[in-house]
Design a protein around this ligand. Structure first.
Ligand code: CP3
Length: 354
């Protein structure tokens, strides 16, 4: 087993005692950091950045040089899988993702290949290996993927969406086609995450950013079912250590019991869920990650501290909490505010651990 100097994050995911509450920030590498913008400009565009081992590992490490974060997260994107399936992903600066060949028919779904992680997504595996080398056991590395449902929304809509008209039309008119797509995605995600784990990711997270736009019954059928399948297919131990799995459904606060029943180790919470309530409901079963509104980081250090305090107090004493934002960091947040946030979590959480 490789040694880790700081294993708070992994311990908290397994609800083991820690000295202070571990913290990392969703989208901790990105445009709010001037050094990220410089590296991205060097790469030319976002996908070239992801494909360049040196530059993608460099941006992974940038936030860790500024802040005493308890985990690093692979710099990549959830849309690498659809890209490897041949959909042609591109990003316009400041705009969302776009696919050249979105899914338009059952035939398009039938044609989709299941990408081989080392062959078709080798650039991601190489970045994982490079980051582990650079980290030298300082903090654990988080690998990730999108959930099948969330990936499918981009593949069918062709870009970001607010109303999800195309995928919901597919869901209500051709559910079998959507199931075929989700099933291929679930198989691809299992291979992809197991590839990341074999390459050195020490925990993995599934981002189900758009699960919350479904009805409860549709969530269980079209999102949760496939995340459960993924949890069942993942390597749960590597290098003699448990590899914890975190599931995050944005807007999924009402379904915590069913999400926890998949056998995952932790649930990510957005800020619309009360963390005290979440702990009462599922805290005996899973660890909880979250859940400060990223917009709080616009506030003063005092205001940030107040919010940190209220979340620490909501979770209460003891293990099983990983502090995080309830969604990704905004690009206009002053980097110093992120520093206040991380420092405040460590300082203010001490009394909650004994
Ligand atoms: O530091 C980290 O957190 C690691 C890197 C990371 C990125 N995307 C980099 C990125 C992670 C974990 C993601 C996940 C991701 N990507 C999600 C799930 C989490 C969430 O935010 O809900 C989703 C839905 C995507 C898809 C995606 N990628 C969108 C919608 C966008 C455009 C929005 C935006 O912020 O511009 C991206 C691009 C993207 N992914 C950027 C970064 C840093 C910005 C791209 C740029 O530099 O222009």
């Amino acid at each position: 087993m490789s040694t880790l100097k700081n294993d708070r994050y992994l311990r908290a995911l397994l609800r083991q005692p820690v000295d202070v509450t571990p913290v990392w920030m969703m989208r901790q590498a990105g445009r709010y950091l001037p050094e990220y913008k410089i590296t991205r400009a060097k790469a030319g565009n976002f996908m070239s950045l992801c494909r360049n081992t040196d530059l993608s590992s460099e941006v992974t490490l940038q936030p860790l040089r500024r802040y005493p974060l308890d985990a690093a997260i692979l710099f990549s994107d959830i849309l690498t899988i659809p890209d490897a399936m041949g959909l042609g992903l591109w990003f316009e600066y400041g705009e969302g993702p776009r696919f050249l060949h979105p899914i338009k028919s059952r035939r398009d779904v039938e044609k989709l290949p299941i990408p081989d992680p080392e062959q078709d997504l080798g650039y991601v595996m190489n970045t994982v290996r490079a980051i582990r080398g650079h980290l030298r056991g300082s903090v654990p590395l988080i690998g990730f993927s999108g959930s099948p449902w969330t990936l499918a929304t981009y593949m069918v809509e062709g870009s970001s969406s607010k109303v999800f008209s195309k995928i919901k039309q597919l869901l209500y008119t051709e559910p079998e086609t959507l199931h075929l797509l989700l099933d291929k995605l679930a198989d691809s995600v299992v291979l992809y995450l197991n590839g990341q784990i074999s390459a050195g990711a020490q925990s993995v997270m599934l981002f189900d950013t758009w699960g919350g736009v479904l009805t409860g019954a549709d969530y269980r059928e079209f999102s949760l079912y496939y995340m459960h399948k993924i949890v069942d297919g993942l390597l749960r131990e590597h290098d003699s250590r448990r590899v914890p799995v975190t599931l995050f459904t944005k807007g999924g606060g009402q379904w915590l019991e069913s999400i926890a029943a998949t056998g995952c180790d932790a649930l990510g919470l957005d800020w619309s869920t009360d963390i005290a309530d979440a702990r009462r409901r599922v805290g005996q079963k899973v660890a909880l990650q979250g859940n400060m509104d990223p917009s709080v980081l616009y506030g003063s250090p005092k205001r940030i501290e107040r919010e940190v305090m209220s979340i620490l107090d909501g979770f209460g004493p003891g293990a099983g909490h990983i502090f995080n934002l309830g969604h990704g960091m905004h690009q206009n947040v002053p980097p110093a505010h992120a520093g206040h946030f991380v420092e405040a979590v460590h300082r203010l959480s001490k009394p909650y651990h004994y």
